[in-house]
Design a binder for this molecule. Structure first.
Ligand SMILES: Nc1nc2c(ncn2[C@@H]2O[C@H](COP(=O)(O)OP(=O)(O)OP(=O)(O)O)[C@@H](O)[C@H]2O)c(=O)[nH]1
Ligand SMILES: [Mg+2]
Length: 236
């Protein structure tokens, strides 16, 4: 014999739970509104307005900023293009090391998207690499308008020590970051599920990490609407 749980809300004669049903409906309505807010934000005009190769060249702090960080070739520029629905806004390449400066994009005068050079690019000349990375880390640590970092991880590739080092830096600087898996189209569902769980586990070990893991494919459009919705909560 099965006993009902002591605090169960009233049931209808069809067994539907009235209270939870309306909660679920409310939740669905909230989610739909968030997705719509994201869609509207990213439907706005998006324009490149500044490139910085050195810290002294950063634009004056203005709108809330969201930075796209991650290893070279992880898909940062592609994700900016997918979010904004513009194929050639940020330059992409199959060769790592395509983005060589901090590129600032104005989205509808409400949010600034920052496309960062990648780290962990073995082929770059040592001094150039030190320059980019030093600047990148200084930016991540000290930018007053930086609201959120999207730290991208390739769903096909092992988590690397350099990713951990960036997470440690963001923890220390108390800059909230979200882990975003990229290229989900290129992995099988089982392995994607394992990767997502492992990534959530990593997030749990970092004070500044957002608990939710975003699974995306810029090529297939997966997770793009959800990411837009999340970023819309940060817009002016
Ligand atoms: N299969 C697949 N490939 C992708 C996806 N997103 C990006 N790529 C490919 O990954 C490569 C690198 O993409 P970029 O967007 O240039 O990567 P990035 O992180 O900006 O690279 P750097 O600027 O060099 O640091 C390109 O060949 C893209 O076509 C995706 O969702 N799925
Ligand atoms: Mg790039």
């Amino acid at each position: 014999m099965v006993y009902p749980a002591p605090h169960q809300p009233p049931q209808t004669e069809f067994g539907t739970n009235l209270n939870t049903q309306s909660e679920a409906e409310k939740q669905a309505a909230l989610e739909a509104a968030a997705i719509e807010a994201g869609r509207l934000l990213f439907a706005a005009e998006c324009q490149f307005f500044h490139g910085a190769q050195k810290l002294e060249q950063l634009p004056l702090p203005g709108l809330p900023e969201v930075a796209f960080a991650g290893r070279s070739n992880v898909g940062k520029s592609s994700l900016i293009n997918a979010l904004t629905g513009r194929n050639t806004l940020a330059r992409t390449s199959s060769q790592p090391g395509r983005t060589r400066q901090l590129n600032f994009f104005d989205l509808g005068a409400r949010l600034t998207l920052v496309d960062m050079p990648g780290y962990g690019y073995a082929q770059a000349a040592k001094d150039i690499k030190a320059d980019w990375q030093g600047m990148m880390f200084d930016y991540l640590r000290g930018r007053p308008t930086l609201q959120r970092v999207l730290l991208l991880l390739d769903a096909r590739i092992e988590f690397k020590p350099s990713d951990g080092a960036v997470m440690d830096l963001l923890d220390q600087a108390a800059v909230t970051f979200m882990l975003v898996l990229t290229k989900a189209d290129a992995v099988k569902p089982n392995s994607l599920a394992r990767k997502t769980a492992a990534t959530a586990e990593i997030a749990r070990t970092h004070a500044a990490a957002y608990p939710r893991i975003f699974v995306t494919s810029s090529e297939a459009g997966l997770g793009i609407a959800e990411l837009r919705a999340e970023l819309a909560t940060l817009a002016a």
